[in-house]
Write a protein that binds this ligand. Structure first.
Ligand code: NDP
Length: 479
């Protein structure tokens, strides 16, 4: 197969290329990973931590290069330059928590229902985990699943998005510095068909991406009867109550909606503001939004980078155009700007929106802030929950108690109170689910994140007499 061009989002030019893996190459890599995995699992979690600690050192030494590669791939916001450090935090955190996650699965006791039977646990890693990751936050989202899978004792075959392969290439330079790790962690370049071929080889799949592709992945995994864990899109609401501090609400909403050009799964995608403060809120939001700078001159300086995937700008423009055609008003922004080959959009505040518009129903994935007024809390909750999605939601109110009372009524996995964008505060000690179309399978945060890569066995030993066929004792307390 020929090479695939990779576009630089800042210039619009193809300045990189990948060679998509063939089915034979993918099968060969899968076989090599499977061959190396038993030794990786057998060494135990403590020894694996030793290997992963060496990898952490290699990542640390290359953190700046990783940040540069991410910026090249995505168009570069300041998040790009944090990617190496986020990776270090991910690996370093599991160095502490993976042994605890294994210890929590230990079980050795007599059965309460059949007291002569000893029950012991054993955990067995899935030999080969396939990870399919998207173009937004391409490094973080590839490693969020791959790192705990490796700690669990699995081998991992990663398929990054064809749109953002550079940072993965740099990452694997660090992987190759640690031969034990390189034996069980590999990647294949290519587009959707390469993702499909990874599904055909793996024992379980972790997918992060859009709802339509997630559906295809779920069907393909169902055909093979292998588990899949899907983290999909969002249409995350933010509710601002009448008693909220206006400045706090505007600041949090603006950051939550436009950070990383709005190309974040848990971006604020729709805002519901009490009608008593709606006009003041919009006026202040527009004022503040106009201070947000593009980073067209310097990726490290401005707040908004180009669209990472140029065609995404067309989706965003179509949502804005449809909303305007149905009666919405653009209060600021609204025009895709072509600068030096990159495609940009300034923060775009819309009013007069309704739930008949795509901009309030479908994932927009751009720096758009549609604002709708509500009359009372019941209406705000009804509107926020009127969605197929359920990734995160935010509430900004006059007090933490008021925000919490509303947050408890919202259908989403992460509820941010008195702020937006608090996902990074989630930890490996507590997981949460995604609701509706936003996710499927076990949480990717918290101890379950590692446990989903382990199959649990029970070893049942009869320590007493074997029951006769006439004897009901073998049924335990059931009789
Ligand atoms: P896509 O669904 O388009 O692609 C995701 C990955 O799947 C890519 O690697 C893609 O390859 C691959 N793929 C495409 N077709 C298939 C197929 N038939 N079988 C297997 N794999 C396939 O998502 P995007 O890359 O556009 O990412 C943006 C989306 O990701 C947004 O919806 C966003 O909300 C979501 N997301 C969700 C997160 C969460 O945690 N919930 C976090 C971040 C993003 P290729 O790109 O090479 O075609």
């Amino acid at each position: 197969m020929g090479k695939l061009d990779v576009i630089n989002p800042r210039t619009g030019e193809a300045d990189h290329a990948i060679t998509p893996a063939t089915r034979e190459e993918i099968a060969g890599k899968a076989a090599a990973l499977r061959a190396a995995q038993p030794a990786w699992e057998a060494m135990g979690v403590e020894a694996r931590c030793g290997v992963m600690a060496r990898w952490l050192g290699a990542v640390k030494a290359r953190a700046a290069d990783i940040g540069e590669a991410d910026a090249h791939d995505t168009g570069g916001c300041h998040t790009s330059y944090l990617q190496g450090f986020i990776t270090m935090g991910n690996i370093g955190g599991w160095l502490e928590d993976a042994p605890k996650a294994f210890a929590a699965l230990d079980y050795d006791a007599l059965s309460p229902s059949m007291p002569s039977v000893r029950v012991q646990s054993q955990v067995v890693a899935y030999p080969l985990v396939g990870v399919i990751s998207p173009w937004n936050a391409p490094l973080m989202l590839a490693l969020l699943d791959a790192v705990p899978a490796l700690f669990a004792g699995c081998s991992v075959l990663l398929k990054p998005s064809e749109v953002t392969p550079r940072v993965i290439e740099t990452l694997f330079e660090t992987v190759r510095e640690v031969p034990e790790l390189a034996a069980v962690f590999d990647y294949v370049a290519g587009a959707g068909d390469v993702g499909q071929a990874v599904i055909d080889q793996a024992d379980t799949i972790c997918f992060t991406g859009s709802v339509p592709t997630g559906r295809k992945v779920a069907v393909a995994c169902a055909e093979r009867l292998i588990p899949c864990h899907l983290e999909l899109g969002g249409k995350d609401p933010c509710i601002v109550t009448e008693s909220a501090d206006l400045e706090r609400a505007v600041t949090a909403v603006l950051r939550g909606a436009v950070y990383a050009t709005g190309q974040v799964c848990y971006s604020v995608e729709r805002v519901y503001v009490h009608r008593a403060i709606h006009d003041d809120f919009v006026a202040r939001l527009v004022e503040k939004a106009q201070d947000v700078r593009l980073n067209a001159d310097n990726p490290r300086a401005g707040h908004i980078g180009p669209f990472t995937h140029g065609p995404q700008a067309d989706i965003v423009a179509a949502h804005i155009a449809e909303a305007v055609a149905k009666g919405a008003k653009v209060e600021c922004g609204g025009e895709i700007e072509e600068i030096g080959g990159g495609r940009y959009l300034r923060p775009t505040v819309l009013t007069g929106v309704t739930h008949d518009m795509a901009i309030m129903r479908q994932e927009t994935f751009g720096p758009c802030i549609p604002v709708m007024a509500f009359a009372d809390t019941d209406e705000a909750v009804r509107l926020a929950n009127d969605t197929h999605f359920g990734l995160t939601a935010s509430v900004i109110a006059g007090s933490e108690e008021e925000a919490e009372a509303i947050g408890r009524r919202l259908n989403a996995g992460g509820i941010f109170l008195q702020d937006t964008f608090l996902t990074f505060a989630k930890s490996r000690t507590f997981g949460s689910d995604s609701f509706g179309w936003s996710g499927h399978g076990s949480p990717r945060i918290g101890p379950e994140s590692l446990r989903r890569f382990l199959r649990r066995k029970s070893l049942l030993t009869q320590t007493g007499e074997v029951a006769d066929i006439q004897d009901d004792h073998h049924l335990g307390n059931a009789s």
